[in-house]
Design a protein around this ligand. Structure first.
Ligand code: HEM
Ligand SMILES: *[C@@H]1O[C@H](CO)[C@@H](O)[C@H](O)[C@H]1NC(C)=O
Ligand SMILES: *[C@@H]1O[C@H](CO)[C@@H](O)[C@H](O)[C@H]1NC(C)=O
Ligand SMILES: *[C@@H]1O[C@H](CO)[C@@H](O)[C@H](O)[C@H]1NC(C)=O
Ligand SMILES: *[C@@H]1O[C@H](CO)[C@@H](O)[C@H](O)[C@H]1NC(C)=O
Length: 478
């Protein structure tokens, strides 16, 4: 037996050297991809530390600037930032999601966004997408009433009073509030949606726990480690995060039950309280009727609605806030925008120029080039989701950005932060310049549209892009 031991030891050592050093660094198809860091072929520690310290987006961007459209981040992870052989293949080609998205389950139940596999995802999406289509939104009487109420009875009075009293406005909070009011009214009905634009204490009561519960690192990157150690190391999931989660889930569930009630009773407009049908609730409810999923129906509806209110208010609030910020730095654009708004009919005056107050049509807002350019430029340079959207390579070996065919199971992401900073497509990329969208030739504009990725692309593209933008978005889906 004895002489065998050195042989066995030698075999084990050789295997370890092959598997963890030779194969990843020299033989794996990923070895032909430039390394973002010298340790990338051997370990994910470097990128994990960047993630933990909130430097992921800019670190990946710097690696692309240095090495080109494709870089290797870890032994089994790459980042790709180009259109052809890049986002077109990965996202429009239907690569499934990396389980990083499990962290977006609510109530322990997956929603459309957090579902990794294409089949159960498209089952839900087919039914829900209808009410978020541009044609539905532009002709929906509910959407019309919601917009009228929020703009004339909530937002404009708040701004008017701030101006009259020379009081400052807390712009990020107000932006989140406007977005929450729109999204929740469309989901639960105007009578049961939030009124955060006006009710500042209710706004804080919701937004403070909402923002405290974020803990993307552990639940996204190391979920199994997290579930083992969170009981011993409380900082990984502090008690206040658990409490905030229960608070938000209860908040959603209460409104889901209220929407269920109004979907079965006839609504009437009582004393100034405008009511609308709970549009998204009804649609999501329908998507759970022929039910292939092993979760209680009410929780399937609630997890979906909580995801839409999260996806809808955070992103839109951040975007609006950056828009106000940039406009505050560019008074000449404020003047141009005001001039453009005065061409609307009716104009957006306060007090309203008509009684009852009437809004200009969504189509006429679509046709305002300066407004559209300001929004596109804000979404380009301040994309609300700037970082990686991880997918997994499929069973059929596929090459990306000039790489050799990649095996299945590789984590691959693209990120708006980098796609939106191509100097050959967006000259002077760091500058907020709405004029670039106005002065571009037809051809340049099409090229800018191909690289514009604030809402993602393909089958998992943002379902709420038309809701967020009542406007023309040039060729969003590549
Ligand atoms: C400026 C506003 C918005 C931005 C920048 C934005 C961005 C995005 C992006 C990039 C994705 C894809 C994410 C990924 O694959 O990792 C996404 C998905 C999604 N968004 Fe948005 N979004 C916005 C507004 C909204 C609104 C208003 C709603 C709902 C009312 C919404 C609901 C969703 C949903 C449900 C998904 C998942 C779609 C699916 O998995 O099929 N978003 N969004
Ligand atoms: C929902 O709206 C109805 C009708 O206005 C109201 O009676 C009910 O209390 C509301 N429920 C919640 C939870 O806001
Ligand atoms: C909520 O909004 C309505 C208009 O939709 C407004 O009249 C009312 O005063 C607001 N309520 C609170 C508590 O701010
Ligand atoms: C859930 O929310 C409702 C209404 O917002 C509240 O009355 C109730 O006390 C909450 N329940 C828990 C367990 O927090
Ligand atoms: C990086 O991107 C993610 C989303 O894609 C975002 O949540 C995060 O705040 C970004 N980090 C920084 C430091 O900007």
């Amino acid at each position: 037996m004895l002489p065998l031991t050195p042989v066995v030891t030698l075999c084990i050592i050789s295997y370890v050297i092959y598997k963890f050093i030779l194969y990843p660094a020299f033989i794996s198809p990923l070895s032909k991809i430039p390394n973002a860091h010298p340790s990338s072929p051997f370990s994910s520690l470097w990128i994990l530390i960047k993630r933990f310290t909130h430097q992921e987006n800019r670190t990946i961007h710097a690696a692309h600037v240095k090495h080109g459209d494709i870089v290797r981040l870890g032994p089994n992870e790459i980042s790709v930032n180009c259109v052809d052989d890049g986002i077109r293949t990965i996202y429009s080609g239907g690569f499934e999601k990396w389980p990083w998205y499990d962290q977006f389950d609510n109530f322990g139940v997956p929603c459309m966004f957090s579902t990794a596999e294409s089949k159960p995802h498209s089952y839900r999406r087919r039914v829900i997408a209808n009410v978020y289509s541009k044609s539905y939104l532009q002709s929906s009487p509910e959407m019309h009433k919601i917009s009228q109420t929020i703009i004339f009875s909530r937002l404009l009075p708040v701004l008017e009073s701030a101006v009259t009293n020379q009081e400052p406005v807390e712009v990020l909070g107000l932006s989140h509030a406007i977005a929450m009011d729109f999204v929740t009214a469309f989901m639960f009905g105007l009578q049961n949606g939030s009124n955060f634009t006006q009710d500042v204490s209710a706004r804080r009561q919701f937004l403070i726990p909402y923002q405290r519960r974020r803990s993307y690192f552990w639940s996204g990157e190391l979920p199994s480690l997290k579930s083992i150690v969170k009981n011993f190391i409380p900082v990984i999931e502090p008690k206040y995060v658990q409490e905030a989660t229960s608070y938000i889930e209860n908040w959603t569930l209460t409104l889901t039950k209220a929407a269920e009630k109004s979907s079965t009773t006839k609504l009437s407009d009582e004393e100034n309280v405008a009511t609308t049908a709970p549009i998204v609730y009804n649609q999501v409810h329908q998507s759970t009727l022929k039910n292939p999923f092993p979760y209680p129906q009410e929780l399937q509806i609630a997890t979906e609605l909580q995801d839409h209110l999260a996806a809808g208010h955070e992103t839109s609030g951040i975007t609006l806030c950056y828009l106000f910020h940039e406009l505050s730095l560019h008074p000449e654009l404020q003047t141009q925008l005001r001039k453009e708004f005065l061409t609307l009919s009716p104009t957006l005056d306060f007090p309203p120029s008509t009684s009852p107050p009437e809004l200009p049509s969504p189509q006429s807002l679509d046709a305002l080039p300066i407004l559209q350019a300001c929004l596109m430029e804000t979404l380009r340079i301040h994309a609300a989701i700037p970082g990686p959207e991880p997918r997994i390579t499929p069973s059929k070996p596929t090459s990306l950005a000039g790489s050799p065919p990649l095996p299945p199971g590789v984590r691959v992401s693209s990120q708006p932060y980098t796609l939106h900073r191509r100097a050959d497509v967006f000259p002077d990329p760091q500058a907020w310049k709405p004029e670039r969208w106005l002065e571009a030739s037809e051809e340049q504009r099409a090229e800018m549209g191909r690289w514009f990725w604030a809402f993602g692309s393909g089958g998992r593209m943002c379902i709420g892009s038309n809701f967020a933008m009542q406007g023309t978005i040039p060729s969003l889906d590549v």
